[in-house]
Design a binder for this molecule. Structure first.
Ligand code: ADP
Ligand code: MG
Length: 403
């Protein structure tokens, strides 16, 4: 594996009696969206860990899965139990998944120690215990006591130093699962492969949530394309009226400095030239395309405009590597999904010619809606984790998997 994590301990390297019939505790990222009836709304994250689960089953392991779900903040929340997830996994695998009502303790241990090779257990939501997010060594140890081997397949949680992603590795031999390895391999290719130009497309709601990544991406990319809600703070920093568009005053200085930095480094750095505006933040509002110089006080910027779409497409069509995070408009409303959809289609049309990586829950939802998931080289299951990884940060959940 190329890049800074080339020396990870990998599950795929465990063979024969190193793995056969072992009790293996796997941290997965089964933090899936649930609907009102508490059914799994989207099982992408569950399916993403199937390679790891199937590898363990084929080696007659006792498979113990653990994940967090939502933000219960250290106590039991009935709506955030893992039961629907177990059901969904059962349907996918077509075999029994034993769901336990806790993740630690004597009762849990008793059941697990009685299991036979080839059986699968899903522990209760890890975040029902405060020890999880506190990375409490006692909690880590309690988890570790359930198994012989720890496998981390939760790339989406790797930027958090929690008991199940970091602490536990002090008490069990730790390995990267297939999904974790695949994520790292793809992101390394994006960061270290010599293919150029490398274009980053960044959207989403806020500048503040992606400051560090914007700065870093400007350094490592040949071009940065800015869309979504965050574009309006940049447009304001250029001195234009932005009306009632989403905006972060305290980020103006940063935006100015970043545009200056891009200029000095001679990078392509595109802020929308025109935008699609509304008068109310609803699908029914009147809307039209305006140049950014013509935005008025009563207008809300909802999407990148037609000229901007064309400029973005031109840059994208000349690129060799693309990293995309964050929708370019309020894509949840069809009327304002054009920018996001057109750019998604453009990247998809280059499939096989460019190396394209998309991360972020909403960005992936947008691409899913278009049925274009298979036209991207890599869909990262981690939004925050992929951003931090590409920004060059050390992710605690990966650090502990180093040999
Ligand atoms: P991801 O989940 O892909 O990382 P984010 O969570 O950062 O993306 O941002 C997604 C959100 O940004 C979406 O809910 C979308 O509606 C919102 N957004 C995009 N453009 C705008 C805009 N012009 N005004 C307000 N919100 C926007
Ligand atoms: Mg999001």
């Amino acid at each position: 594996m190329k890049g800074k994590y080339q020396s990870l301990s990998l599950l795929e390297d465990l063979k024969g009696n190193e793995i056969e019939k072992k009790r293996v505790l796997v941290r997965v990222d089964f933090n899936v969206p649930l609907d009102e009836k508490l059914n799994v709304k989207d099982d992408t994250r569950i399916r993403a860990s199937l390679d790891t689960i199937k590898y363990l089953l084929s080696n007659n392991c006792i498979v113990i899965l653990m994940s967090h779900l939502g933000r219960p903040k250290g106590h039991v929340e009935e709506k955030l139990r893992m039961d629907p997830v177990a059901l969904s996994l059962e349907n996918i695998l077509q075999r029994r998944v034993i769901k336990l009502d806790d993740c630690i303790g004597e009762d849990v241990q008793k059941i697990i120690f009685k299991l036979n090779p080839g059986e699968i257990v899903l522990l209760e939501n890890l975040r029902f215990h405060q020890g999880e997010e506190d990375n409490d060594p006692v909690f880590s140890q309690q988890l570790a006591s359930l198994a012989d081997i720890y496998v981390d397949d939760a790339f989406g949680a790797a930027h958090r130093a929690h008991a199940s992603t970091a602490g536990i590795a002090s008490y069990l031999p730790a390995y990267a699962g297939f999904l974790m390895a695949q994520e790292i391999k793809s992101l390394n290719r994006l960061m270290f492969h010599s293919d150029r130009p490398f274009i980053s497309i960044i959207g989403g709601a806020k500048v503040s949530s992606k400051i560090e990544i914007l700065d870093r991406l400007t350094e490592i990319s040949d071009g940065v394309l800015i869309g979504g809600g965050m574009a309006y703070t940049f447009i304001a920093a250029q001195g234009f009226e932005i009306g009632k568009s989403i905006y972060e005053e305290d980020q103006i200085k940063f935006c100015k400095e970043l545009m200056e930095k891009a200029k000095i480094m001679e990078k392509v750095f595109l802020i929308p030239e025109d935008v699609n505006i509304a008068f109310e933040f609803t699908q029914d509002s009147d809307s039209f395309n305006v140049s950014k110089e013509k935005i008025e006080k009563n207008m809300i910027g909802m999407d990148i405009g037609n000229r901007t779409i064309e400029s973005f497409k031109k840059v994208i069509s000349n690129s060799k590597k693309i990293f995309w995070n964050g929708p370019l408009g309020v894509f949840e409303m069809d009327k304002f999904a054009k920018g996001t959809n057109e750019i998604a289609r453009q990247i998809a049309s280059l499939h096989g010619k460019v190396f394209s990586v998309v991360g972020g829950g909403d960005s992936i939802a947008a691409i899913n809606k278009l049925g274009l998931i298979n036209k991207f080289s890599h869909i990262s299951t981690g939004g925050g984790a992929s951003l931090e990884y590409v920004a060059g940060r050390n992710l605690p959940g990966i650090e502990v998997l180093k040999k």
